[in-house]
Design a protein around this ligand. Structure first.
Ligand SMILES: Cc1cc2nc3c(=O)[nH]c(=O)nc-3n(C[C@H](O)[C@H](O)[C@H](O)COP(=O)(O)OP(=O)(O)OC[C@H]3O[C@@H](n4cnc5c(N)ncnc54)[C@H](O)[C@@H]3O)c2cc1C
Length: 440
């Protein structure tokens, strides 16, 4: 039996803790007064407010399903919902003036195109359709050469063509990530992007195919507050092994043992933020990586909880420059319990980075679905932005520290763009490799 410290009680740390607790003596350190990290939801006006996204579970793996089933009843309370997303374009809103007034007729009250946009080309005005059709032939030609693009911008252009890139993929993704898509490596969003072939796009448009996302078509959602119920159950299971309000400030290594703020351990599972490591980890091995870690880019999110007009959507994407927000997540449509079983309809308007309350209110006054402000939260670390060297450098850091019994798993620990499913999977795999490598 080992003594193991787990640092950070987000989904990753909680998963690692649960997977280790039966065979080892564990302590989980969490700097906040509550566990759950980015996956938390809170009550506002009696309704459920997800502080970062909805943390609905997509593309759930067998490993994750087994893990969750061991903790909560999958039964009637975890439901499978179909995504019904729309991309909103308003006259004058799309960044390129040539796309203004692009629809044959007004699509809906909010002039949205169902997502995925590439399956609904037939809805655009003939001149735009012609440009996209010409693009799709170029895409088909390019498919013969099997080279995979390295960066997000080249991927979207190669997959969907320049017209759809200019109308949607470029402006929307730049708004979310606040980054130059020509410099973000594709592997950063590996497994998270739709990858239809040109033939599939043509087929979908000929047949007005109603199938939704080719990737992440449905999602699982717990009607008792989403991922928060999983967090609550894990907190209950961990009991006094979890130390809340304890921000780890000093990790040392001496005589083959790790010392975390004065307490001795055999191993560490680090699920907090990579940026912190050079400051709190007092060993020489981390020093060569200090300046690279310092240069890593990230963004935050301002999530604004609102009452919204009734609508049929799960989420609405806003690619245009007219609105600073990029997305409205209609969590009130996920479960009636999210609206406190009232006739209200609630959801979250999402902005990248910090937005003040005055600016939020001004933005809301011009937004579709007539959002009425309830409350908001700003979280500083939500998007870990990679550059072309990030993956390799983080792997080097992990393989330098792993032989010493220091393991890293989690969104900001590995500087990746995990969803909940991927975070749970990665934590389970980390525990498995600890058992294999250490024979513990
Ligand atoms: C806007 C947004 C929307 C999202 N939407 C979805 C979605 O719809 N579906 C989905 O599956 N996923 C979604 N995700 C991703 C999902 O939330 C994350 O993958 C997951 O929550 C990451 O968990 P984690 O434990 O790796 O990291 P975190 O949740 O960041 O946990 C890290 C923990 O470490 C703690 N910590 C930091 N420093 C210290 C310290 N010094 N000492 C002790 N503790 C410390 C932090 O307080 C935190 O609790 C979304 C994410 C964002 C940002």
């Amino acid at each position: 039996m080992s003594r193991i410290a787990i640092i950070g009680a987000g989904i990753s740390g909680l998963t690692a803790a649960k997977s280790l607790m039966d065979s080892h003596e564990i302590t989980v350190y969490e700097k906040s007064e509550t566990a759950g990290g980015l996956a938390q939801s809170v009550k506002a006006d009696g309704c459920v407010f997800h502080i970062c996204g909805a943390n609905s579970m997509k593309n759930i793996s067998e490993n994750t399903q087994k893990f969750i089933e061991g903790i909560i009843d999958f039964g009637d309370e975890i439901i499978e919902l179909k995504r019904n997303s729309a991309i909103l374009f308003e006259n004058g809103e799309v960044s390129k003036p040539e796309f203004h007034g692009m629809f044959k007729k007004k699509m809906t009250e909010i002039e949205g195109v169902p997502s995925p946009i590439e399956n609904h080309i037939y809805m655009f005005k003939p001149e735009i359709q012609r440009r996209i059709i010409a693009d799709i032939f170029r895409v088909k030609n390019r498919e013969k050469n099997k080279r995979t693009p390295k960066f997000l911008a080249t991927y979207f252009k190669a997959k969907f063509g320049q017209t759809l890139y200019n109308m949607y993929f470029g402006p929307y993704n730049e708004k979310v990530w606040h980054s130059d898509l020509r410099k973000i490596p594709l592997r950063w969003l590996e497994g998270r992007l739709s990858a239809p072939t040109a033939d599939q796009m043509i087929f979908a448009n000929f047949n007005h195919d109603k199938s939704k996302f080719l990737c992440e078509k449905t999602f699982l959602y717990d009607i008792n507050g989403g991922a928060q119920r999983l967090v609550n159950r894990l907190v209950e299971i961990l009991g006094d092994r979890l130390r809340l309000n304890h921000a780890v400030e000093c990790i040392e290594h001496s005589g083959g043992k790790w010392i975390v703020d004065g307490d001795k351990y055999d191993q560490i599972v680090y699920c907090a933020n990579l940026k912190l490591l050079p400051k709190i980890l007092h060993i020489n091995e981390i020093k060569p990586f200090g300046s690279y870690i310092d240069s890593l880019k990230y963004h935050g999110t301002t999530s604004v909880f609102c009452e919204l007009s009734k609508n049929p959507y799960t989420e609405i994407y806003l690619p245009g420059k007219e609105h600073r927000a990029h997305k409205i997540i209609c969590t009130g449509n996920f479960a009636d319990t999210n609206n406190n079983d009232t006739h209200k309809m609630t959801g979250t308007v999402e902005f990248t980075d910090y937005v003040s309350e005055d600016e939020i209110k001004e933005e809301l006054s011009r937004m579709p679905l007539n959002p009425i402000y309830i409350t908001h939260r700003y979280t500083e670390y939500t998007h870990a932005i990679q550059d072309i060297d990030t993956h390799e450098t983080v792997e080097k850091i992990k393989s330098t520290l792993r032989p010493m019994g220091f393991y890293m798993t989690g969104l900001f620990a590995e500087w990746v763009q995990y969803n909940v499913n991927q975070a749970i999977n990665a934590a389970i795999n980390t525990v498995e490799s600890m058992h294999n490598e250490l024979n513990i």
